[in-house]
Design a protein. Structure first.
Length: 665
């Protein structure tokens, strides 16, 4: 029957194998470096900064509280404000909020103290003054005097008429004067009423102005207080965060371990790299700070010293000697049962309950790989050396060759030293068989006779497997998740497995602003807004209601639609127009070519007319000193209706330039 296959992870204690000498089992549990060299690091945590921050925060709280009370008292006494209840209520809310903040501040302070125990110009104008001038006349003669008398008489008659008119007018003026007096009285009454109204308006204006100033002062002060309270709330919030961090650091320091919240990995890495450059050449750090920084958080212990203003955290970093590596062995000492040398097989066989074991000096020790030096370990040192890479021991190291210890003699299997230095202890009443678990399914079984074990595995088949333990001492391996038993004892099952899971953390999402409906009326009213140009008048406007903007843009769009109606012509229309234009151009070009060809056939006659005409004109403009050439009127000569093509090219007519070459150039 085949054994079922199991996949299991070896324990960290089983780095090497087992070594059995005599009745002693040596199990290698770790490989460490032994050192007595350390580098001490002191971390200073200044608590005075937090105390100063809390003191400043308390002072700020008192100032804001007093300011709020003064504002409440001021607005309560202000008679200009009619609705003072609303102002008082808002200020009271601010005061209540300040009290809440003060409560939070007191809680933070109490907790911290707990842990700490651990121009107008008037313009004037000048009017010019003028004078009146009178002219004097000389003396007059008799005719002049008579004329003057006549005129004076006429003037007298006129004045009488005027007096009569004036008397009539005076009666009218008297009546009018009475009405004017009455109107004057009414006007005076109206003026006094207007003055009273003006006084009331001025009084109301002054009161409104004072109320406006009061409301303005309230608004400014309220907003200033609100801003200061918000800043104060943020400061208290940060103080709470600092306090929580401080509490966490103290809680972690109470465990005596080093934590990332106490010193960040980047900071610790820089410190360790700086130490690595300063240690002697024969020493080194226990782990590489660049690749195995977590080792220092797991193995480094801390010591805390508290002062009134500073917390001092000290930690020791062990320094290892280069090349000094030791193996840690745990010793299992078993009883060896008695067995006679000349034992005969008969029915009267006697079994003795005696057993023997060596008296060993230790349960664990260190020894180098060359087996030259060793060091005995106490029980506490053995536990420490099993779980760490470094081991700080108090015992000295001895030479293996010079050792007189029984445990070392058995380890190196030195028969003579075993005989000389090992002391045997007899136990007369030993209960056997016995078993001891070594780890990873290995059991050491001590018995006087061979034992048969039945192994049952906890799988679907639950097959039974037989195993045999050979006397007196044997090591039996029980597969993982299997149990072995016989008539004396049961070896319990063991199981080691591993799995991986992801820790549940809060999902960190960046807040995004989803679509808002604030622009919905704009998009609904103006579809394809990108085709509309913004009016230049809007460049100087800081703000405008959306309804007014929509109305303005809609009117612009209607005008643009009227102007661009022809622009919405389909593409196929442009193609047809282009083809028609091309055909028309081709037809016009063809007609032009035909007409051109027809005119070429009549070119000789036209050439004769042109030559004769040239001769006529050149003869008329002959310069002085030259004999003019006779010319004729071509219009009176008969035209030849048909010209026959000559067999030779026609003779070129002689012109004035050919007759007189000196005229050229």
């Amino acid at each position: 029957m085949m054994l079922p296959s199991f996949v299991f992870i070896l324990s960290l204690r089983m780095i090497g194998g087992l070594e059995i000498n005599e009745n002693v089992i040596f199990q290698k549990v770790n490989e460490v470096s032994v050192t007595r060299a350390h580098w001490q690091i002191a971390l200073l945590l200044d608590t005075n900064v937090f105390s100063t921050f809390l003191t400043q925060l308390e002072t700020r709280l008192n100032d804001i509280t007093n300011t709020t009370k003064d504002m409440m008292f001021q607005f309560k006494r202000n008679d200009l404000l009619l609705q003072t209840d609303a102002f008082e209520q808002s200020l009271a809310q601010l005061h209540t909020e300040i009290e809440y903040i003060r409560s939070d501040h007191d809680n933070v302070l109490d907790s911290y103290l707990d842990y700490k125990t651990l121009s107008h110009t008037q313009k004037r104008s000048l009017l010019p003054l003028g004078g009146f001038f009178k002219f004097l006349f000389g003396t007059a003669d008799d005719s002049d005097i008579r004329n003057i008398q006549t005129h004076v008489n006429q003037l007298q008659e006129s004045q009488k008429t005027i007096i009569h008119v004036l008397q009539n007018s005076l009666s009218i003026l008297n009546v009018t004067q009475q009405h004017i007096t009455e109107n004057r009285h009414s006007i005076n009454t109206l003026i006094s009423t207007l003055r009273q109204l003006e006084d009331k308006i001025m009084h109301t204006h002054e009161r409104l102005q004072a109320m406006t100033h009061a409301v303005q002062d309230y608004t400014v002060n309220y907003n200033s207080l609100k801003i200061m309270i918000d800043e104060l709330r943020q400061a208290v919030f940060h103080a709470s965060l600092y306090l929580e961090t401080f509490k966490g650091q103290l809680n972690m320091l109470s465990t005596g371990k080093l934590f990332p919240s106490l010193i960040s990995p980047i900071h610790l890495k820089d410190v360790l790299l700086d130490i690595a450059t300063k240690v002697p050449n024969n020493l080194q750090l226990p782990a590489n700070p660049k690749t195995d920084l977590w080792h220092y958080y797991q193995s480094t212990s801390t010591t805390v010293v508290m002062s009134p203003t500073t917390i001092i955290i000290t930690m020791d970093i062990p320094l290892l000697e280069i090349g000094a590596s030791f193996e840690v062995y745990e010793v299992f000492n078993f009883d060896m049962p008695y067995s006679p040398i000349n034992e005969t097989i008969n029915d009267n066989k006697i079994h003795y309950n005696m057993s023997a074991r060596y008296e060993l000096e230790t349960k664990g020790f260190l020894i180098d790989q060359a087996r030259n030096h060793y060091c005995l370990l106490t029980n506490n040192e053995l536990k420490t050396c099993q779980a760490r890479r470094t081991c700080d021991v108090q015992s000295p190291f001895y030479q293996v060759d010079m050792s007189k210890l029984c445990v070392i003699a058995i380890m190196i299997n030195n028969t003579q030293h075993i005989k000389d230095y090992c002391k045997v202890i007899i136990h007369p009443n030993t209960v056997l068989p016995d078993a001891k678990y070594l780890g990873s399914g290995n059991w050491a079984i001590v018995s006087r006779q061979d034992l048969r074990l039945v192994t049952i595995c906890q799988d679907h088949s639950q097959n039974k497997i037989s195993a045999r333990a050979i006397a007196p001492i044997d090591i039996v391996n029980v597969p993982m998740n299997c149990r072995a038993y016989n008539e004396y004892f049961t070896l319990n099952a063991w199981y080691i497995n591993s799995s991986q899971t992801r820790l549940q953390t809060d999902k960190l999402d960046i807040p995004t602003f989803k679509g808002s409906s604030i622009w919905k009326p704009f998009h609904t009213s103006l579809v394809n807004f990108t085709k509309t140009e913004m009016p230049h008048e809007l460049s100087n406007i800081k703000e405008i209601p959306m309804e007014a903007l929509i109305t303005k843009l809609q009117s612009i769009r209607q005008l643009n639609d009227i102007d661009t109606t022809s622009g919405d012509f389909p593409l196929w229309g442009y193609i047809i127009i282009g083809v028609a234009t091309a055909l028309s151009s081709g037809a016009a070009l063809l007609i032009y070519c035909k007409c051109k060809r027809m005119t070429r056939s009549n070119r000789p006659i036209i050439t004769q007319f042109r030559s004769a005409n040239d001769d006529m004109h050149l003869g008329e403009i002959s310069p002085p000193g030259y004999v003019g050439v006779a010319s004729c009127d071509v219009a009176h000569e008969p035209l030849v209706s048909e010209v026959k093509k000559p067999s030779a090219p026609p003779q070129r007519p002689r012109t004035l330039s050919s007759l007189y070459p000196s005229l050229r150039g």
